[in-house]
Ligand binder design. Structure first.
Ligand code: PBG
Length: 357
């Protein structure tokens, strides 16, 4: 039975549902994709051998020693992942006020870089986190200038020297890119200068340009043992006698209320020679990703951080969310906002389980 034209709803000429009628049709008109090559897998590397240390706050994520890391990198490559980012984790007794172990040529990151280069040649892009927080005994991302109360500061320019030394150690060990996450002013220029001055003009800089002082890094700090110490615990040792370090990272990481400031940070890092820019965290900052995307032609990375991952895993464990669809939607949202690449702890599992297909 056909209806007469009089019976048709008069205004309903446009029917967007036509393009959603089948899975094939939806696939045809999908505006965004997430594939293996968009994902960068983070790995925590510890000294020693035969270590696989599950991280309580990050279910499904472990710290590896170099020998157990290599199979994970191989697994990543087999899944089509093109890049890994390495975070070094050292024991408390290796930590010092200046974070000396950060530039140790025999530290876990340097050893892992050499081993990964030997094993995989140029097939895997090797990125390293450059920051002092995992190596300083006070847990700050830079070095401290002594003082009491508000006079104790994270010393910007003294920190640049240490960060440059750290990136040189990584470049010497074979890093393709160094990735400063400290948020000191001028660090991209400092790293670029140090790298170029030592023959590493081909080593790139992926700058955590727009990194917020965020509550969502909590699980990472457990994973890396890198929480900033409170005044009381950090002032116990001799070197720290007159030091009351800030208890959080608010004097260097960005305030979550600001977006114009983020555009300024992105522009500065681009001018200083960054090869890629990052916005971090991702989910609470999709607007920032979109705005930085509109202003830069550089590849843009978003960090789907530990707290975002842990929240999702906790909701799944509580039976509140369906994991495959929640992970798929999360990663597509970050790409839709404008990120080219995503650092995410979901990478291997999502690809292996086919959640993104
Ligand atoms: C180091 C660093 C942090 C993260 C990446 N690099 C922690 C911090 O700034 O406190 C967080 C990553 C995550 O939460 O997954 N500065």
């Amino acid at each position: 039975m056909t209806r007469t034209p009089e019976q048709l709803p008069p205004d309903l000429v446009e029917r967007p549902r036509r393009l959603r009628r089948s899975a094939a049709m939806r696939q045809l008109v999908a505006e965004t994709s997430v594939r293996a090559e968009h994902l960068i897998a983070p790995f925590f590397v510890v000294p020693g051998a035969s270590e696989t240390q599950p991280i309580g706050a990050l279910p499904g994520v472990s710290r590896y020693s170099v020998d157990t890391l290599l199979p994970q990198l191989e697994r990543s490559l087999e899944l089509g992942i093109r890049a890994a980012v390495l975070f070094g984790v050292v024991p408390a007794e290796a930590k010092t006020p200046m974070g000396d172990a950060a530039s140790d040529r025999h530290g876990p990151v340097a050893v892992a870089l050499r081993a990964a280069r030997d094993a995989f040649g140029e097939d895997l892009v090797l990125i390293t986190d450059v920051c002092l927080c995992g190596y300083t005994d006070h847990g700050h991302c830079g070095v401290l200038r002594p003082g009491r109360g508000a006079a104790a500061k994270v010393d910007n320019d003294a920190s640049l020297v240490r960060l440059a030394e750290m990136s040189l150690a990584h470049a010497e060990a074979g890093a393709d890119m160094v990735s400063p996450s400290d948020m000191m002013d001028g660090r991209v220029a400092a790293l670029r200068g140090a790298l170029d001055g030592n023959g590493f003009e081909d080593v790139g800089i992926l700058s955590y340009a727009v990194k917020y002082a965020s509550a969502f890094y909590g699980p990472f700090r457990e994973a890396a043992g890198s929480a900033p110490a409170s005044g009381a615990s950090a002032s116990a040792g001799g070197a720290h006698r007159d030091l009351t370090p800030p208890k959080d990272r608010a004097t260097y990481q960005m305030d979550h209320r600001n977006v114009r400031e983020g555009l300024r940070e992105a522009a500065l890092d681009e001018r200083e020679g960054a090869d890629m820019l990052m916005v971090k965290p991702a989910l609470p900052y999709l607007d920032v990703i979109a705005k930085v995307r509109a202003r830069t032609t550089l590849p843009l990375v978003a960090y789907n951080v530990s707290g975002e991952y842990a929240m999702l895993k906790a909701a799944v464990a509580a039976g509140a969310l369906d994991e495959p669809s929640a992970v798929r939607e999360t990663l597509h949202a970050i790409r839709r906002a404008g990120a080219d690449l995503i650092f995410t702890y979901h990478a291997l599992e999502a690809l292996e389980e086919g959640w993104l297909a």
